[in-house]
Ligand binder design. Structure first.
Ligand code: SF4
Length: 485
């Protein structure tokens, strides 16, 4: 069985008003690499009436862009994207940012999230004559934006899409950031030498020495042009539903979301976990890297030594071969190996951020037993995952989620540990310092903030034909919010 980790969804970055927009975006995407490793892309623009320049390819940011690629991407504005495919297949035609020529001029778009009504909208648009170039949900937004121009048309297009979307858009005059009214995915505003930057996470600002200004608020559209930055609020007010799993696992620990550092939240989750499921033990061991901070909080709260017993190999390539039957646990060991003397003869608390299918957690327990651990107590810094995510996180189907199939006692026996303890929803939320009604918790409690289209087939886009994404010469228009002259 495949070892399974929930996968990141995407990262977006944008610059307005800097002569090195492409290089800044390159480094911004570098900092957001954890949010997507399948493809990367940058689109730049110099000013009105000049064609957008685009470079996208499959692979990591460091593999996709050479110095000459960045030299070619001239301009003072840029949007960039790193992708993991939660909708549409993993190939070059689906790599973002996308660019289209419309009645409003050229538009580039980069999207983080997942739309829940994309297939319905796509069917409607195709009936009206739209021809889709890719198989991803993000292209639906572009086709809606391309419809007859009026300033209100942009907002009515955005109001038609439902689900999770943090977007960066570039028109011939503006860079625009959009966060859906529920605020599922993060999006932050920064400033650098008079230029504006937008990023999925603030860790990208640190890398380029930009100053973090604030989050884009749920439901806010920020429009950046020569006159500065302004906000519009085109959506009706909704309850907030930030994805709490960003705090648990996805976001980088050095990022700040809703004014709270992610590492601090994870450490506090570990403290809550220790209070909820205390255990007498000799050592607390994290499963690196996302279990590190929760394990630290747990060790501090229990006053037990914290040891990095698992050593991670950071250089696993994507082409890693599947092992033969003879060496079944090779996949697990090649990523993480144990320092035997750190656990031998000891009562070990092992802390991870989540259990999805259970294959990896089970292998960790086997590793610890083989290394001579006297007892193994598994602690998980979020509640049991029992339900699907329709908002951009790639969990397997519910019948493959361990906690959906087994009781806690059965999970303990399946994993082969002496005890198991998960964080519960109130403790997890308390660790964030925020209120429960600020979060999406649907993969834990099935309370879906945005109604999911009953006909939603997560893979419907995958089956669509893939055609080349063409970047042609452009009829120009000065602003996304004005009609063509
Ligand atoms: S369902 Fe879970 S993973 Fe998906 S957005 Fe909600 S909290 Fe995040």
């Amino acid at each position: 069985m495949k070892n399974y980790r929930p996968t990141h969804e995407c990262g977006v970055f944008a610059v307005f008003g800097h002569p090195d927009a492409a290089v800044l975006t390159y480094y911004g995407l570098y900092a957001l690499q954890h949010r997507g490793q399948e493809s990367a892309g940058i689109v730049t623009a110099s000013g009105p009436n000049t064609p957008f320049l685009r470079h996208v390819n499959m692979g990591l940011v460091s593999q996709v862009f050479s110095n000459s690629d960045l030299d070619r991407l001239k301009g003072t504005r840029a949007v960039g994207h790193v992708r993991y495919s939660t909708s549409g297949s993993s190939n070059l035609v689906n790599a973002q940012p996308f660019v289209v020529n419309t009645a409003r001029g050229q538009i580039a778009i980069a999207h983080n999230g997942n739309l829940v009504n994309a297939s319905l909208l796509r069917d409607e648009l195709e009936e009206q004559g739209s021809i889709f170039q890719t198989s991803v949900d993000s292209e639906v937004i572009l086709h809606l934006l391309a419809q007859p121009a009026s300033p209100e048309g942009v907002f009515s297009a955005l109001r038609k899409v439902h689900g999770a979307f943090s977007l960066v858009l570039m028109s011939e005059r503006e860079v625009i950031g959009v966060r859906d009214p529920f605020g599922f995915r993060p999006l932050a505003i920064g400033k650098l030498d008079g230029a504006w930057v937008l990023s999925s996470e603030t860790c990208a600002f640190d890398l380029i020495h930009a100053e973090f200004v604030r989050d884009v608020e749920p439901g806010e559209v920020v429009i950046i042009d020569e006159n500065g930055i302004r906000s519009e609020w085109p959506f009706s007010a909704e309850r907030k539903a930030f994805c709490i799993f960003e705090y648990v696992y996805f976001a980088r620990p050095d990022s700040i979301i809703s004014d709270i550092n992610v590492a601090r939240v994870r450490t506090e989750m570990g403290r809550e976990l220790a209070r909820l499921h205390p255990v007498e033990a000799d050592v607390v061991v994290p499963v690196p890297d996302s279990g590190n901070y929760a394990a630290l909080g747990m060790a501090e709260e229990l006053n037990i030594p914290y040891r990095h017993a698992f050593v991670r190999n950071h250089y696993i390539g994507r082409t890693f071969l599947q092992p033969s039957q003879l060496i079944r646990d090779f996949t697990v060991r090649v990523k993480l190996n144990l320092i035997k003397e750190a656990v031998e003869g000891k009562r070990v608390v092992v802390v991870d951020d989540s259990i999805v299918r259970g294959t990896t957690a089970r292998a960790r327990v086997v590793n610890l037993r083989e290394a001579g651990a006297k007892e193994v107590h598994m602690r998980i810094s979020c509640p049991p995952h029992r339900h699907s995510c329709f908002y951009g996180i790639d969990f397997p189907d519910p019948e493959k989620l361990l906690a959906n199939q087994m009781t806690l006692d059965q999970i303990r026996d399946y994993l082969g540990c002496d005890s198991i303890g998960y964080l519960d929803v109130p403790s997890m939320v308390r660790a964030t310092g925020q209120k429960e009604n600020q979060f999406c918790l649907a993969c834990f409690n099935a309370d879906y903030p945005v109604a999911v289209d009953p006909n939603l087939d997560k893979h419907v886009m995958e089956r669509r034909s893939n055609r080349p994404n063409l970047l042609g010469s452009a009829p120009v228009s000065p602003s996304l919010f004005s009609q063509r002259p």
